[in-house]
Design a protein around this ligand. Sequence first.
Ligand SMILES: [Zn+2]
Length: 409
Amino acid sequence: MAHVRCRLCGAPATETFVDLGMSPLCESYLSAESLDGPENFYPLHVRICPSCLLVQLPEYVSGSEIFSDYAYFSSYSDSWVAHARRYAESMVASLGLGPEHLVTEVASNDGYLLRHFVAAGVPVLGVEPAANIAEVARTAGVRTETCFLGARTGAALADRYGRADLVVANNVYAHVPDLLGFTAGLAALVKPTGLVTLEFPHLLRLIEGRQFDTIYHEHYQYLSLATARRALATAGLGVVDVEELSTHGGSLRLHARPGATGEASTNVKAVLAAEADAGLHRLAGHAGFAEAVFTIKRELLEFLLAARAAGRRVVGYGAPGKGNTLLNHCGIRSDLLAYTVDRSPHKQGRFLPGTHIPVHPPERIAADRPDYVLVLPWNLRAELTGQLAYVRQWGGRLVFPIPRLEIAP
Ligand SMILES: [Zn+2]
């Protein structure tokens, strides 16, 4: 990949942000039968464009390969579902949405968000590329089209259903290899007077929190407000406001409008200033992240090896995509982490990609009473500390690997 070009500005994306080595697709959970078969590994070598500073993973794997049969069901996380409900309620109230309006959501998943607009009597359209997940949404009464958003499909959807008063793009802007085509699609879907909101993990928080496990093949870019604003501007969308959210380790929610120019809001100025202070508006400000990642790897391996040597049992909690980046990068297999558990029945009974660690139902932990539970979805720490409080009954302890190894008291 000597000739990687920046997908935003076209300049050669020659600089390394971090190179995590080779990894399988993080949502490619394996069945018992497929454990003996070959497995595809792809580079996780994240670049940064010296010209526009977009942090990006080259398209080693095509989006259609990843997202046409995706295993991620939004509805299996309590805090995410609550987050979606609060968002929907506040948008209905602040925009005065009713039966004469349209809310279109891109990457609408299983309808976890749009169902709240449906309940409020607002017409909706979901756009979801994974056919299996779109079907779940339709069954739940959420009108959903199965396709990838691009300039052409955006225009076709607008022709068929009309342009939307509100276009929602939550946790998808980082996931699109055709960043400019997707942005054009957003612009095509929204009314000239409408609003687009986008949520994506904030690069600033990724760096500060050493969240390297959020790097995987599904995430083609790692956005700051500065680079997202640059990308949206290519389709005439202007950022009018920004909110900082705690979701996914720290996200931004941008509010953008067609043709919006003029003075940036106070919030926009504040976030841009924080990014500038952290060095994110300079190439040199991105250095040092890779070394922090390798420190986490050493600390986690030292803990697991010491636990093993002392005869302690360590199991995992959760089977999120981010866990697979962590485990694969650190080379952790079932000799060091016997198994993990997950609430999603779609993952239970399967095996993690690359590491082949088995995934069981959560009840397994109470039955086995392990010494340590390594929490892989650390972004749900508050929720999981409550859910897993019972581990302390037998003296078990929760372990959080990121931002640095911490064994909860
Ligand atoms: Zn660039």
